[in-house]
Design a protein around this ligand. Sequence first.
Ligand code: GUN
Ligand code: ZN
Length: 427
Amino acid sequence: MQLFKGNILSYHNDPGDKELASSYSYFENGILAVENGKIVYCGDQENLPFDASDHELHAYPDQLIIAGFVDTHIHYPQIGMIASYGEQLLEWLDRYAFPAEMKYSDKAYAKMMAKEFTDELFRNGTTTALVFSTVHEQSAEALFEEALSRKMCLLTGKVLMDRNAPDDLRDTPERAYEESKRLIEKWHGKDRLRYAVTPRFAITSSPEQLDAAGRLLKEFPDVYLQTHLSENKNEIAAVADLFPDSKGYLDVYDSHGLAGKRSVFAHCVHLTDDEFALMKKRDSAISFCPCSNLFLGSGLFDIEKATQHGIKMGLGTDVGGGNSFSVLQNLNEAYKVAQLRDQKLNPLRAFYLATLGGARALSLENEIGSLKKGNYADFTILNPCATPLMKLRMERAESLTDTLFVLMMMGDDRCVSGTWIGGEKMA
Ligand code: GUN
Ligand code: ZN
């Protein structure tokens, strides 16, 4: 057994606007005990159910121990073209994203980048991610192989796109079905891995291909679906042109059987009230991608409305549309997005979204997202005094919420003292 000592924060529920104290546990100088990769104790250092002196102790005084961050939307093939200048979504895809993705037909290149990608997740305290690969089957293979070797909980899928994309990045409805099926049978449920059927977005899939995606979800009811939804105004107009009979953007997916309990829709910046209601009815989840929505000029996500509708929600960095792997940096921008809408994102809720909120969005709350007994020992250690300025600011911090606020407004990878997966140190 290994013991970790620090200020431990673990959520049971969404603290909401009221910052409900019953939604989390906080143990100052608490103990997290890990055995065989799982959490066996999380609580006060007094009255331990075992003798602490018998076990290895990792002490992190004045640091925060929290469940590993869950990134509910990110593109691993876009790691190298992060921070590409000057375009909004559709032009940015043509100019930067598509050319970068073409390189992933080469399995050796994909493997090399998959390693860079997981390293960067861990450096930022992220332990689970729902990830876009590329249209190439081997790109998903490469990432699954890397994640398997790290024993991490990761979800990905080969991208489906059969129109409005360069020749080298297009498949067909038949290939989409066959290749996805092969990958599902090989990888879904292997160790901690899961498969997500991944139509890129409505613009790049024909109705026949969306049907094929729906068929996969019917045949394999516990696989996931990930896609983009209502991110950018020009995108929404193009979808309306391509699907003139649909009632709206979400309806395009829903009418092909793609909106369900295990569906995660990234962005959702411009949803109508009816679409929010349908999203709730289908029990689907939203991935809020603040860095990306600002970087690509897509718009201000309405977190208050999503909350009022009671929709499951997690955070997505959306690298390379997002310009940072850091979930802390994404919380920084999320706070400002709320400000610009005259809304508030309180720090307790922000860190909930980054952990248990994300786990719930992925229906994985009984494995990850909190430090409850029995969960995997996937956790992150955050130093709120990582820079001279943070140290200065922390002299004024008098509460947990204030410490969290300092971390989310000033913090980034410099604050990550350690990232552990299944009780093994990854960064
Ligand atoms: N919509 C379709 N593809 C993409 C992508 O790669 N990134 C983002 N942000 N939006 C998309
Ligand atoms: Zn994306």
